[in-house]
Design a protein around this ligand. Structure first.
Ligand SMILES: O=C(O)c1ccccc1NCC(=O)[C@H](O)[C@H](O)COP(=O)(O)O
Length: 257
């Protein structure tokens, strides 16, 4: 599944590159307002940070929510106290787009994450050109030299990489490239089973100064509390917010869990 998602994302990027060659995209990326410092925005604070996700659909859950106006949803997230907004831009299974990212960027002042299956520099330039401050790098799909190269490229553009691990080995590989924001995702990408305990098993191994992000498997405030008690600085939440009645209120509840 992960290989298919990556292949699809890279094919879509290749199609866009035919319309907008790398040199032109680079100019657009460099013209943007500088990226917001996501490390500062997500570092430990009295209340846990919520990274709230704009997520229409997913491979594990199918269609989740009709989101006609991602900017409106992101504005509600920010009103509820989200510290960052994650926007799924993958088109085939998550039904997202770079237009969603641009709309969210224009609507909020908090850092914006491009959630995508990123395997090459062009996709990172696209993220910057659309105003993203953070991009996702999934360790499971990148060999170590590529992970290192893409992380450096991200930082050269003034952005931050959220480096995502699903196992202890991947966690170590993220540390080996000096991850500054390191996520542990509870969702097994092969079986889609949730393992929220993995974050707690790895939390004590984060070096000082690395932002600890727990991802997925939050449906209720007690799930956020468990991540917070295990040491999370930030928790990334998608489904619970897009399927709930009042996303701003849910974020407030999660922050105070
Ligand atoms: O959500 C999926 O089904 C999925 C499948 C394969 C790769 C990635 C996937 N999700 C991306 C995410 O990491 C989540 O959207 C994010 O952590 C929020 O998760 P949740 O709160 O459980 O919706």
């Amino acid at each position: 599944m992960l290989d298919d998602l990556f292949a699809g994302s890279l094919e879509d990027a290749a199609r866009r590159r035919e319309q907008l060659p790398t040199a032109q995209l680079e100019t657009l990326a460099l013209e943007q307002t500088p990226a917001i410092d996501a490390v500062a925005a997500l570092s430990r604070a009295e209340l846990v940070h919520i990274i709230a996700e704009v997520k229409r659909a997913s491979p594990s859950r199918g269609l989740l929510a009709n989101i006609p106006d991602p900017a409106e949803l992101a504005t509600a997230y920010a009103r509820g106290g989200a510290s960052a907004i994650s926007v799924l831009t993958e088109e085939r299974k998550f039904l997202g787009s770079l237009d969603d990212l641009r709309a969210v960027r224009a609507a909020v002042d908090v850092p914006v994450l491009r959630k995508e299956f990123i395997g090459e520099e062009y996709q990172i330039l696209e993220a910057r050109a659309a105003g993203a401050d953070l991009i996702l790098l999934i360790v499971a799909s990148l060999d170590q030299p590529t992970l290192d190269r893409l992380k450096r490229f991200t930082e050269e553009l003034g952005m931050t990489a959220l480096i995502e691990a699903h196992t202890r080995d991947e966690f170590q590989r993220a540390l080996d490239v000096d991850a500054r924001v390191l996520g542990v995702n509870a969702r097994d990408l092969k079986t889609f089973e949730m393992h929220p305990e993995l974050f707690g098993e790895l939390a004590s191994e984060y070096p000082e100064g690395v932002v600890k992000v727990a991802e997925s498997a939050v449906l209720r405030p007690e799930h956020v509390r468990a991540y917070r008690d295990a040491g999370a600085d930030a928790v990334l939440v998608g489904e619970a917010l897009v399927t709930g009645d009042d996303p701003a209120a849910s974020i407030q509840e999660f922050r105070n869990a």
